[in-house]
Design a protein. Structure first.
Length: 435
């Protein structure tokens, strides 16, 4: 395959892998990036929202040529029952700035662009190449990789594992354990194409403005999950995801769940007349802080989804991936600059730098939230949305019934739920976890 030795090999060409490869190459290191897909982005699936601040730290002038869809000016949060939604939204003209903070993107296009930047920075990028094994010396230090190509062993001082949530390579090498069903979600997504002017009319947008809808409630049938709808330039990304363990227990089909969401009275008019051209499924790490494996060892570091770095509570993944890839590369560069060996004692710098970043600080702060939502999913995703909807209907439906009677009916419903489900206890535990 390739006989020369590299400073670093990056396995994977998603957000974290591209961030790591670009940062390493731009600092003059000899970098090889390996991707099993036909092209960078061909295996990557995401909603997708891209956070500008994190990419700006890697490629400051990315806005000049990156394939961005819409900058987000409005965020909607919906709590849904079977026939209604109760929502809140935030929209600000401040988001129409020269340097917007959030964009919708199409990963296949965006990752191709990012990969081109990696090549321009000087890295060697090989696609359609599967890494089958980490090569270790007699002392267990990772010294390279084996690929499915002829003569497929390649050596490097350090290997960056950016292989995604399954992390088969790291698992086979004993560097991490396979993710548990209760710590990963399975999300399914469709791309619905509509004329640009139709999208702008339906979502009250102008030009490149974008809108995001995130929804929870009975749409997940009591499972821990979230649905979403993102506006692109000429398409709408719509999807839903739930914990794998919940899918297994409830025997529900992810595709059927998505179909029900699309048929919901609040969603159907937004997609009416659209043409579906893409369907995809993707595993998402949901275990939070407690699911993070070892992040480095002798000759290797782990980044992005492979390291379970996803903030499920705030629906943030790509920014954690890019940041972890960049920080890992910066730590490797520092070790290399000191002419130190790529041992765990030296690469622990990556963990220390990541601990000081928002990535670990946020995940540590909300470390109890994933388990709380999972163990109380019937309350949070079934009963409470139904109670909120019933209270709103009682308040808004005028039929001659005295308001006092309606207030009493609503109060009785909440008291009954409180005694049956521990509503106050749930609220207290939620507040503690959020704190």
């Amino acid at each position: 395959m390739i006989e020369e030795k590299f400073d670093a090999i990056v396995v994977g060409a998603g957000m974290s892998g591209n961030a790591a490869a670009y940062t390493l190459a731009s600092r003059g290191l000899k970098v090889l990036q390996l991707e099993r897909g036909e092209y960078s982005g061909s295996k990557n699936v995401q909603g997708a929202i891209m956070y500008a601040d994190m990419l700006e730290k890697i490629i400051p002038d990315f806005r000049e040529d990156a394939p961005l869809e819409r900058h987000i000016v409005e965020q909607r949060f919906w709590m849904m029952d079977d026939s209604s939604h109760t929502g809140m939204h935030y929209r600000s003209e401040d988001f129409n700035s020269d340097r917007p903070n959030r964009y919708t993107i199409v990963r296949a296009q965006f990752d191709k662009w990012f990969s081109r930047k990696v090549r321009e920075a000087g890295a060697t990028v090989l696609t359609e190449t599967t890494v089958t094994e980490l090569i270790q010396d007699a002392y267990g230090k990772v010294i390279g990789v084996r690929t499915d190509r002829r003569g497929g062993i390649v050596h490097a001082d350090v290997v960056v594992l950016a292989e995604g949530v399954n992390g088969l390579l790291g698992t086979r090498a004993g560097l991490r354990t396979p993710p548990k069903p209760e710590t990963v979600a399975l999300a399914v997504k469709e791309m619905h194409f509509l004329p640009q002017e139709v999208i702008e009319a339906r979502f009250n947008l102008r030009g490149d403005e974008g809108c995001v809808i995130e929804a929870a409630g009975t749409i997940s049938k009591g499972m821990t999950g979230l649905a979403f709808l993102y506006t692109n330039r000429e398409s709408v990304s719509v999807g839903i995801g739930c914990l794998v363990s919940d899918f297994a227990q409830a025997m529900e089909s992810p595709y059927a769940l998505l179909e029900d969401f699309k048929r919901h009275p609040s969603i159907r008019p937004l997609l009416e007349g659209s043409e579906v051209k893409e369907y995809a499924a993707h595993l998402i790490p949901e275990g939070g802080y407690r699911a993070i494996p070892e992040l480095c060892g002798d000759g290797w570091v782990m980044v992005g989804d492979a390291a379970q770095l996803n903030n499920a509570i705030h629906r943030e993944g790509s920014n954690l991936a890019m940041t972890s890839g960049r920080i890992a590369a910066e730590a490797i560069f520092q070790v290399k600059s000191r002419r130190d060996p790529m041992t765990k004692d030296n690469l622990i710098l990556y963990k220390k730098m990541l601990d000081d970043s928002f990535v670990i600080k946020d995940l540590r702060k909300y470390k109890d939230m994933p388990n709380l939502l999972h163990t109380n999913s019937q309350n949070f995703f079934m009963t409470y949305p139904q109670l909120v909807s019933k209270a709103a209907q009682n308040f808004l439906h005028v039929d001659g019934t005295p308001k006092l009677d309606k207030e009493r009916e609503t109060t009785r419903a909440f008291v009954k739920a409180r005694s049956r489900l521990g509503l106050i206890g749930d609220a207290f535990r939620l507040a503690l976890a959020w704190r």
